[in-house]
Design a protein around this ligand. Structure first.
Ligand SMILES: Nc1ncnc2c1ncn2[C@@H]1O[C@H](COP(=O)(O)OP(=O)(O)OP(=O)(O)O)[C@@H](O)[C@H]1O
Ligand SMILES: CC(=O)N[C@H]1[C@@H]2OC[C@@H](O2)[C@@H](O)[C@@H]1O[C@H](C)C(=O)O
Length: 368
């Protein structure tokens, strides 16, 4: 669907990530091609009860009871957060990924955008991943076309890479000299491997804590090379990109560190996340000049040091170039919402492996 005007509008993007910590929301002013401005942001953490309901629904598909409960949490929390931010002309609603099996059953993000549109009285773009998967794509990552716009926004001229260290890691290599993100050779993207999710699971299991704050536990341990080498034998790392992962695809990691003490296990898992990125960088068409890191993992100094030590390029959090690493994914879905509204593609063969350029996402307008 195309709007009459191509002028920039304010979009509010939202993201409920694989870490299940809460929902991010961020305003972005864009015409769907270029970023004009970033605006207000908001965050609503999930309560322990809400997170438990979501956790219990991981891996579930629509029709299962535990999905109904998760959907209710996702919709209620988004409504609360989005209602508190004024000025949006459209909402990009990612929802919560509960299951992702692009070559099998598909991909499933909990949350009904049509219901949200009715309650907000605003158009909502949602279900961003299904069309890509139906056309043979991975359905993820979807932030790459936004990363291209970010590269232009920061004035980059030579190839660079964005790395999101969320529950899962994903990397976008960008050549900002290309005219548009959908141009051949502009982007290459893929999930690098597990990032924080397995460390969080380890912390929960061993210490009853949500995550390894500032890498404090990893800093006390030694990386166990044997476990790291076994991890790197996973076939996923040899697969050519594009490629994507579900949150729990690497649950074997916990088995590899089962015998280790807490600190060595945390250090080894942190090294695994960093090593997965190093493997991923090898797939880039030319080495990136710098690696700009977004997502919660950029706050883990142990993980950042391991990356810097193992890579030939500069490694820096996205804040180094004036971007907001807590909000980049939410901004991405605001940007993508405007692309969907304007009939622009949101993914292509080099970002999700889909057969042709595809504009994923459904536009729901408020009824009545
Ligand atoms: N200070 C910190 N020290 C260490 N780790 C941190 C710190 N802050 C955040 N993290 C890690 O980052 C995670 C949150 O990252 P983020 O918000 O990017 O994930 P997400 O958006 O849920 O994931 P995804 O991008 O996979 O959907 C936390 O669960 C934790 O593991
Ligand atoms: C299926 C799904 O929700 N994938 C997420 C997840 O979290 C990080 C990584 O795995 C990435 O592939 C994706 O999110 C980002 C926002 C993306 O689509 O670009």
């Amino acid at each position: 669907m195309k709007t009459k005007t191509e002028a920039p509008i304010w979009a509010l993007g939202t993201m409920s990530g694989t870490s299940l910590d809460g929902v991010d929301a961020a305003m972005i002013r864009t015409d769907g091609r270029w970023i004009e401005a970033f605006g207000e942001t908001g965050y609503r953490p999930y309560s322990a009860e809400e997170a438990a309901i979501l956790r219990a629904a991981l891996g579930a598909w629509p029709g299962e009871d535990r999905v109904t409960a998760a959907k209710e949490v996702v919709e209620r929390v988004h409504l609360e957060l989005v209602s508190g931010i004024a000025g949006a002309e459209i909402v990009g609603f990612h929802g919560q990924t509960l299951a992702h099996d692009p070559k099998g059953r598909g991909t499933h993000q909990a949350g009904d955008g049509a219901a949200l549109a009715d309650r907000l009285g605003l158009p909502v773009v949602w279900d961003f991943r299904s069309a890509d998967v139906r056309l043979g794509g991975e359905g993820a990552p979807l932030a790459p076309f936004f990363h291209f716009a970010c590269a232009r926004w920061i004035g980059a001229e030579r190839p660079l890479a964005f790395l999101n260290l969320g529950g899962v890691g994903n990397l976008t290599w960008v050549d900002p000299a290309q005219p548009a993100p959908e141009a051949p050779g502009a982007c290459l993207a893929f999930d690098t491997g597990p990032a924080n999710a397995p460390i969080n699971d380890l912390m929960q299991e061993r210490r009853g804590e949500a995550y390894d704050r500032d890498g404090a536990l990893a800093a006390q341990g030694q990386v166990v090379d044997g476990a790291l080498e076994l991890f790197l034998e996973e076939g996923y790392f040899r697969k050519m990109p594009p490629k994507s992962l579900d949150r729990n695809d690497f649950s074997l990691m916990l088995d590899l560190v089962r015998e280790l003490d807490d600190a060595d296990a945390a250090a080894t898992m942190t090294a695994m996340a960093a090593a997965a990125v190093m493997q991923g960088i090898e797939h880039c068409p030319v080495p990136p000049e710098r690696l700009l890191v977004t997502g919660g993992g950029r706050k883990n100094p142990v993980m950042m040091r391991m990356l810097a030590a193992g890579l030939d390029c500069e490694v820096a959090p996205v804040e180094a170039v004036g971007l907001d690493g807590d909000m980049l994914e939410a901004q991405a879905f605001g940007f993508l919402a405007v692309r969907v509204l304007r009939g622009l593609p949101t993914s292509g063969p080099s970002t999700t492996g889909v057969r042709a350029l595809v504009g994923g996402g459904e536009v729901s307008r408020p009824q009545g």
